[in-house]
Design a protein around this ligand. Structure first.
Ligand SMILES: Cc1cc2nc3c(=O)[nH]c(=O)nc-3n(C[C@H](O)[C@H](O)[C@H](O)COP(=O)(O)OP(=O)(O)OC[C@H]3O[C@@H](n4cnc5c(N)ncnc54)[C@H](O)[C@@H]3O)c2cc1C
Length: 394
């Protein structure tokens, strides 16, 4: 029997394993994860937004797979009874320069086929989000909020129901060729697969290197810190309220996100994490930090963007500075309204020349396919990423 292994029980790895299990009769799929539960990292620490595809370059993998992915995700959540609510999103322009930038976003969104887009003036914005302030906004009514950890658990159930297996607590520490196949070892066990698909998130570059793949791009971990609006201030936001993003970065800027549990998150910022899974400021792993500092791409990135880095650190250390960023487009918010909330860490691939890899990047070397860059909106796009990987592999 043909055997396919998937490294990583995050939402991408589980979607890939599910697609193999459902579409390849006679193939046995095994999902390996070092953690004892599914969705333990990025999948369980994100904003919970099903992105409609506003910002991404038309024709890019992000644009194509996000548009296909959100449709598949919506259907899937309806079938499985998973929370999915189209609360809508506004991108708020505060001045003429930002309003001009909205034109570019609107053009891209239209080219990507985002449905229902509306341009709002200041009064129109107040009808959608009464406490947001701006001179103009772009409204995407189909942008939704979703319970991604529940989606990941449901994919895992599908894998098992279709005859696949999850091996949790299996940390992949070595890969070696075994004829045309690949042997995958943990410190305690070794399994041999005909095909291996690596969806290792924050560790994807390291697992890729185990397979003899190029060190480029390297993962640089960026912590995204959140606050939550105090319950008596949740009425300040109905759905999703975003600033106009800085086009130099793939991050969307501190924004307001209503959650499926009813609360409202404010964040995330983007500060360098001093450990790959460094969820708290005090989490430092010297080996991880050294690896980041040694990567020529990181040094180039730091030289080019040190000013933004310092601003982000300041916003991280000083709550009133974080609140000021949020207040810029929802003026009634003050630092006293913000309660600390758990952070996430993004796996952001950085090329040797210092550029942040913008698009999804997926490579193949012999029997091993590796997802090298799957930042936001990869959770939204997971079912489409799975189709893309599984349906084109022979
Ligand atoms: C702060 C933040 C906000 C975000 N907001 C959104 C959003 O609103 N909408 C959206 O669509 N996307 C969002 N994203 C992006 C989204 O969360 C990720 O794109 C997605 O979760 C990636 O899934 P994954 O399966 O690739 O990675 P992960 O969920 O990180 O899973 C990777 C898995 O691989 C395992 N692993 C790693 N190395 C090994 C090894 N050696 N052996 C065994 N197992 C290993 C890990 O334990 C982990 O479980 C956000 C991300 C962050 C961090």
């Amino acid at each position: 029997m043909e055997r396919v292994g998937v490294v990583g029980a995050g939402i991408v790895g589980l979607a890939v394993a599910r697609r193999v299990a459902l579409t390849r009769p006679g193939v046995r799929v095994s999902v390996l994860d070092k953690e004892l539960r599914v969705g333990a990292h990025q999948t369980g620490h994100n904003s919970g937004v099903a992105h409609a595809g506003l910002y991404y370059a038309p024709g890019s993998l992000k644009a194509t797979l996000c548009r296909r992915g959100i449709g598949l995700l919506k259907e899937y959540c309806a079938e499985r009874g998973i929370a999915y609510r189209e609360v809508g999103k506004v991108v708020v322009a505060r001045d003429a320069r930002e309003a001009a930038a909205l034109d570019g976003i609107e053009e891209r969104a239209a080219a990507n086929g985002v449905p229902g887009l509306r341009r709002l003036d200041a009064a129109g914005l107040r009808e959608v989000e009464p406490h947001a302030a701006g001179i103009a906004a772009l409204h995407s009514p189909t942008t939704a909020i979703v319970d991604f950890p529940a989606v990941a658990r449901a994919y895992a159930d599908d894998v098992r129901a279709a005859g696949g297996e999850l091996r949790l607590g299996f940390e992949v520490t070595r890969l070696r060729p075994a004829g045309s196949r690949v042997a995958v070892a943990s410190p305690h066990d070794e399994l041999v697969f005909d095909r291996l698909i690596v969806c290792a998130g924050l560790w994807s570059d390291r697992v890729a290197r185990l397979a003899g793949d190029d060190p480029e791009p390297a993962i640089v971990p960026f912590r995204g810190e959140y606050y939550r609006l105090a319950p008596h201030r949740e009425h300040l936001v109905r759905g999703l309220v975003y600033p106009v993003p800085d086009p130099r970065y793939p991050f969307l800027g501190v924004h307001f996100t209503r959650r499926v549990d009813g609360g409202v998150d404010v964040g995330p910022n983007a500060v360098l994490a001093l450990a790959r899974e460094g969820y708290r400021r005090r989490d430092v792993r010297p080996a991880d930090l050294l690896e980041t500092l040694r990567w020529p791409g990181f040094r180039r990135l730091a030289r080019a963007h040190w000013r933004t880095g310092i601003e982000e650190l300041y916003g991280s250390a000083v709550k009133s500075a974080f609140a000021a960023r949020a207040r810029a487009f929802v003026p009634e918010v003050s630092a006293a309204d913000l309660v600390p909330a758990p952070a996430g860490v993004r796996a952001q691939a950085v090329d040797r020349d210092g550029s942040l890899v913008d698009d999804f990047r997926i490579g193949r070397r012999g029997p091993v396919t590796t997802v090298r860059n799957a930042p936001s909106p990869a959770a939204t796009s997971s079912l489409a990423i799975a189709e893309w990987i599984v349906d084109r592999s022979g």
